[in-house]
Write a protein that binds this ligand. Structure first.
Ligand code: RDL
Ligand code: RDL
Ligand code: RDL
Length: 154
């Protein structure tokens, strides 16, 4: 059986990991290893440990960069680390970031955090079990959370 790693943060203002686990369980039967770390900068090593020590075949790493300038820098550093962990392990770590200032208000932010977590969880399921489904979506302007933007030419 394939194993999917799920790592999220206590910094986030919505339980992104729970949404991702729920979406995975609704779509596929896989083993899930879930952990939670304090913030986005802790996601890279947590993901790498899920891969190397827990045998995960893919990982979904979820977090919420805050709205301040130092949070944006922190998020960029976290992203760089997540990419490095992928290159070191040759395993995908799907990064699900929702910036706190992407929502107009708390209601929209919560909606976005839930929907982006779920839509990327589905991407993870498809990457692992149905990669041909992503090829079918090539060039279609998919977005996670808000509306897809669509293709330029049919
Ligand atoms: O290793 C402990 C912390 O440094 C780590 O958890 C950081 O990711 C925490 N953190 C910040 O220090 C910060 O300035 C976070 C943010 N901003 C942020 O915007 N989002 C986070 N963590 O998830
Ligand atoms: O690992 C899953 C995603 O984080 C990853 O696919 C990103 O490349 C998706 N992405 C963004 O998160 C973003 O803020 C993309 C863009 N911007 C972008 O401008 N173009 C992309 N992806 O192809
Ligand atoms: O065009 C509006 C948004 O798509 C754009 O602002 C994106 O950069 C928003 N975004 C992120 O900032 C991010 O860190 C997205 C993702 N991750 C993502 O994974 N998928 C998105 N947008 O559709």
């Amino acid at each position: 059986m394939k194993t999917i790693g799920v790592v999220d943060t206590t910094f986030a203002r919505f339980n992104m990991g729970r949404a991702a686990v729920d979406e995975i369980q609704q779509n596929v039967s896989a083993k899930i290893k879930r952990i939670t770390v304090p913030g986005v900068k802790d996601l890279p090593v947590a993901s790498k440990k899920l891969i190397e020590e827990e045998g995960c075949d893919i990982v979904i790493a979820l977090g919420m960069p805050g709205a301040k300038e130092q949070d944006k820098i922190c998020a960029h550093e976290a992203s760089t680390g997540i990419i490095q962990a992928q290159l070191m392990t040759n395993i995908h770590i799907i990064e699900v970031f929702v910036h706190e200032d992407e929502g107009r208000d708390e209601k929209e932010l919560a909606f976005l955090m839930e929907m982006r977590s779920r839509e990327h969880a589905l991407n993870v399921v498809n990457m692992l079990f149905h990669p041909e489904k992503l090829v079918k979506q090539a060039g279609t302007g998919q977005r996670q959370g808000f509306e897809d933007v669509g293709t330029l030419r049919h």
